[in-house]
Design a protein around this ligand. Structure first.
Ligand code: SAH
Length: 504
């Protein structure tokens, strides 16, 4: 509606799409990145909240069993209150805000108070079914129309506004929202009004989420799927009609190789993204549980002094991407830039470290064939005799490089550029995931393996595990845990390849 021209309060009613964090609009991302506060529905995938600025409060409007469940009046009042304080409020809703999203009520309250607003569309749950389930809602031969129907009419309505006689004859696809607990009612209404008991039906729970479930049955069987011990729980949509039996479109979503696999990614928080994204793209449900924390060194005295003498060095050796980042940041903080490195050659332990170096427009002069310390020593040993070699390292880890290069005749200096520390408590989302069952854990270094085993205790024994290298596996074995698979190539893609091979 009105354009935002001032610093006055403003409300954005934003659709978050069906769940997959990439199924949202650019406008939604813009609104989230400018929000002062976000009020979000429980259906919204919390990963979408990654677009808000650091420190912005995101309040969940309620999820059964967790915290307060806000009533619609309270939500309206809270939006108003915040907007009246001059804040930009994002009211984030699952799917499309205007499909069973009570947008009319929220907007009426805003209008009455003279608060400007904008409505940002989203992909409604049903409309993701072509993509995620392989059921296109319309079909040239089987359905020329679609009806979106609520299975949960407002309580207190004397008469149903839904004409089941008309729906039973509807020449197209019916999609029921909020129809789980009420399935006995609406299915019997359709049957009573003459719809065939054998009409094909698909129930789709958590559409576009990594734990999406699709169940196909007939109209007369729907209720049995929502009752009993193993019943499907909300949120689910129910698709009714001939399109369900059409098999021309495959569900690429559920066919992805890691679909249905819940995987714990245990890398440090700021390093987990690449692995998490690759696993998600393959269909896995990723649970981030850093096993180690990466911190700045306790003091920079030694590093600063060495940075001043960098032109004396013949080789700089980095054994992790973190090492590169902390070192380069400190170099800059000390008032230098990469010209300070012009005399030295640079060795890295593997492609991950080389890639971080590239971010600073620096190329590694040497990388071993196998990405571990022993190999790096071997690769360097011919060229470091009598040379000054600076090892930029973590506060803990093996001394292989130092000892090996010293034996090769190098004049070694080592400086701690970052500290690594074990995480000792599981996050709430990890605890929830453990209750549901975790399929895999990734062990991407010895330190991570050691900390993960301590952190998860006995529970780790029930998971399959993927180790990045023989050294990591050996560390785990010494602690009584034998990894299920080990990467042949010791980098993230190698680790993923090992998991995929096992899953086949
Ligand atoms: N505005 C939302 C609908 C809100 S009503 C939209 O456009 O999608 C809540 C109902 O939507 C749920 O009971 C369920 O029927 C459906 N729903 C929303 N998200 C869903 C999802 N990811 N998977 C299955 N059903 C979903």
């Amino acid at each position: 509606m009105t354009q935002d021209t001032s610093s006055d309060g403003f409300v954005y009613l934003v659709g978050a799409g069906p769940g997959d964090p990439s199924y949202i609009t650019l406008r939604a991302v813009q609104c989230l990145s400018q929000a002062d506060i976000v009020l979000y529905d429980y259906l919204v995938n919390p990963r979408i909240l990654q677009h808000v600025r650091p420190g912005v409060e995101c309040v969940c409007m309620g999820r059964h069993g967790v915290g307060k469940i806000w009533k619609q009046d309270e939500i309206n009042a809270e939006c108003l209150r915040l907007a009246q304080q001059g804040l930009h409020v994002v009211r984030l809703k699952g799917g499309d805000p205007a499909i069973f999203g009570r947008t009319a009520e929220e907007v009426t309250a805003l209008d009455a108070a003279g608060i400007p607003y904008e409505i940002v569309p989203g992909i409604t749950a049903a409309f993701a079914s072509g993509t995620c389930v392989g059921i296109p809602l319309t079909h040239r031969d089987k359905a020329s129309a679609v009806a979106l129907i609520t299975g949960h009419e407002r309580t207190g309505k004397d008469e149903s506004a839904i004409d089941y006689g008309v729906l039973a004859q509807f020449p197209g696809t019916l999609v029921f929202y909020m129809g789980v607990t009420t399935s006995r009612h609406w299915t019997s209404q359709l049957l009573e009004h003459g719809m065939a008991p054998s009409t094909p039906v698909a129930i789709v729970r958590k559409i576009s989420f990594p734990d999406q479930v699709t169940l196909r049955c007939t109209l007369e069987e729907v209720t049995s799927k929502f009752e009993g011990d193993n019943r499907l729980r909300p949120p689910a949509i129910v698709i009714v009609g001939d399109v369900v039996s059409d098999t021309s479109v495959q569900s690429w979503f559920e066919s992805r190789p890691l679909f249905g696999q819940r995987i714990l990614v245990t890398r440090a928080a700021d390093q987990a993204e690449e692995l998490a994204a690759k696993l998600s793209d393959l269909g896995a449900e990723v649970v981030l549980q850093p096993a180690i924390e990466v911190l700045a060194p306790e003091n920079y005295d030694l590093l600063d002094e060495v940075i001043g003498r960098l032109p004396e060095m013949d080789w700089l050796v980095f054994s992790s991407g973190n090492g590169v980042r902390f070192f380069m940041n400190r170099l800059r903080e000390c008032g230098h830039d990469t010209r300070q490195l012009t005399n030295a050659k640079i060795a890295v332990i593997g492609p991950g470290t080389a890639a971080v170096l590239e971010e600073y427009h620096l190329q590694a002069d040497l990388m071993p064939d196998q990405y571990h310390a022993e190999s790096l020593v071997e690769a360097l040993s011919g060229s470091v005799g009598g040379k000054r070699v600076l090892l930029l390292r973590a506060s803990r880890g093996r001394d292989t490089l130092q000892v090996g290069l010293q034996e090769a005749g190098a004049v070694i200096e080592q400086v701690v550029v970052y500290r690594s520390q074990d995480v000792t408590q599981l996050s709430i989302s990890t605890q929830e995931a453990l209750e549901r069952g975790v399929d895999w854990i990734t062990l991407t270094s010895s330190a991570i393996a050691r900390s993960s085993i301590a952190l998860l205790g006995e529970q780790i024994q029930s998971m399959k595990s993927a180790s990045i290298s023989p050294i990591t596996s050996e560390t785990a074995r010494k602690l009584g845990f034998d990894p299920t698979v080990e990467a042949t190539e010791h980098h993230l893609d190698g680790l993923i390849a090992a998991i995929l091979e096992h899953q086949q």
